[in-house]
Design a protein around this ligand. Structure first.
Ligand code: GDP
Length: 436
């Protein structure tokens, strides 16, 4: 700890800064002086990012992505194009007997892919059958159930005593394919997004954008966004951090401005002049290039999903979407959190609270004592009144008896004086005897 003098000294000699700790989702400013000091020699902690990097490369990365949309919108082609691999076998080799069961199926494919020594365990969850039925009202339900059951599985692992090997099968992003109609969102699209936006990172995509002109795409995007806004659907928004450099902010803003991404998928390559091979779709009037930003938003989508926001998507899934689900689930089960346990304690406030509580206790004790005293006084008064009444009654009784005696004596006196004898019975009855 630095005292005031040292602080001034340090201020002169060193570059003093606030410490900014940046998490991916929050920024904290710690109001405490930190000293930026130039080291004399090499210590080695500049290598820390490399350690994190090496560890991540060693353990590999894992990402689970869901694709939803009507059949034939180009979902499997796009996934293959995105990860530059034949994750989905060619259509002719796939089982085309498909959804005999009139419900949406959930199928997942996992592949371990590697690029420049970095491993990615990619899982793509497909939802064949979605939007393909005459009545698509409940199409969203099996998908929501699947997303929630993955969260349940994670919650169950969290509650285990041994949590060393946690398997994260939660969906980190959901690519929702919108048919290139050029009109607006269909009821099935709105219903799906409305039901799922609080459970998964929704990324809307205009499928087969090569079937529309550039102007049509612009208008269609506006309509889609207006519908999304109107129905208060929350689609994935990459966070913009205050302390990101200008280049990153500009890049993120550019990516976000492309949502809903108008994409073209193709796993076919064509040779152009100069012998360069290009992925795209060949038309009589020319080649639509998948990786050309002037032709479609495929590059921006891939950039967001893989290059810039894969970890953000995972973090948002864990910190916000899963956390909300977990809270809801535990609340329904009747488990409540004692907020006082996790409350931040301000010592001054705590002392003040304790003083108030103590004063309240004293006041309560005082009023209780006063009540007891009052009860005792009342009781004593009642007793005194009672004995007073008894005394008064006794006094009255004695006075009456004396009055009676006096009148009897006076009567006897009168009789004696008048010479009338007294009847012995009468005198006996009176209970008084006079010795003459
Ligand atoms: P899924 O059923 O949604 O998985 O669709 P597929 O990926 O199997 O694609 C269905 C058909 O659409 C195939 O013939 C693809 O070649 C074609 N397709 C895929 N992506 C595009 C695209 O971006 N534009 C056009 N015009 N056709 C596409």
């Amino acid at each position: 700890m630095l005292n005031g003098k040292h602080m001034i000294q340090s201020k002169k000699n060193m570059d003093i800064n606030y410490l900014f700790i940046r998490s991916r989702s929050t920024h904290y400013t710690i109001s405490q002086w930190m000293i930026r000091k130039k080291l004399q020699g090499y210590v080695g902690f500049a290598n820390l990012p490399n350690q994190v990097h090496r560890k991540s490369v060693k353990t590999g990365f894992q990402f689970t992505c869901m694709v939803v949309g009507e059949s034939g919108l180009g979902k499997s082609t796009l996934v293959n194009t995105l990860f530059n691999t034949q994750l989905y076998p060619p259509k002719e080799n796939r089982d085309i007997a498909k959804h005999a069961s009139q419900t949406v199926e959930i199928k997942s494919i996992t592949a371990d892919i590697e690029e420049n020594g970095v491993k990615l365990k990619l899982t793509v969850v497909d939802t064949p059958g979605f939007g393909d039925f005459v009545n698509n009202e409940e199409s969203w339900k099996p998908i929501l159930d699947d997303i929630e059951s993955r969260c349940d599985a994670y919650l169950e692992q969290e509650n285990r005593v041994n949590r060393r090997r946690m398997n994260d099968n939660r969906i980190h992003a959901c690519l929702y394919f919108i048919a290139p109609t050029g009109h607006a969102l269909k009821p099935v699209d709105i219903e799906f997004m409305r039901r799922l936006h609080t459970r998964v990172n929704l990324i809307p995509i205009i499928a087969k954008a090569d079937t529309m002109t550039h102007e049509e795409v612009v208008v269609f995007k506006e309509r889609i966004l207006a519908d999304i806004h109107y129905h208060q659907i929350q689609i994935y928004q990459a966070p913009v951090y205050e302390y990101d450099d200008q280049e990153t902010i500009a890049e993120n803003t550019e990516i976000m401005s492309k949502i809903p991404f108008a994409v073209v998928g193709s796993d076919k390559e064509f040779e152009i002049e100069g012998g360069r091979r290009i992925r795209g779709r060949m038309y009589p009037w020319g080649l639509i290039e998948v990786d050309n930003e002037d032709h479609c938003d495929f590059v921006k989508l891939r950039q967001m999903l893989i290059r810039t926001h894969m970890e953000e998507l995972k973090e948002y899934t864990n910190d916000v979407l899963y956390e909300n689900y977990r809270t809801e689930k535990l609340t329904v089960m009747g488990i409540q959190q004692d907020s006082s346990v996790f409350k931040e304690v301000n010592p001054t406030q705590k002392m003040e609270d304790e003083r108030i509580a103590h004063e309240q206790k004293l006041t309560k004790m005082e009023s209780e004592m006063r009540a007891v005293f009052q009860a005792k006084v009342t009781e004593k008064e009642a007793k005194l009144k009672q004995s007073e009444a008894e005394l008064y009654a006794r006094h009255k009784e004695m006075k009456d008896a004396l009055d009676k005696q006096r009148s009897d004596l006076e009567e006897r006196k009168r009789r004696l004086e008048s010479g009338r004898p007294m009847t012995p019975e009468k005198s006996k009855k009176k209970g008084f005897s006079f010795n003459k």
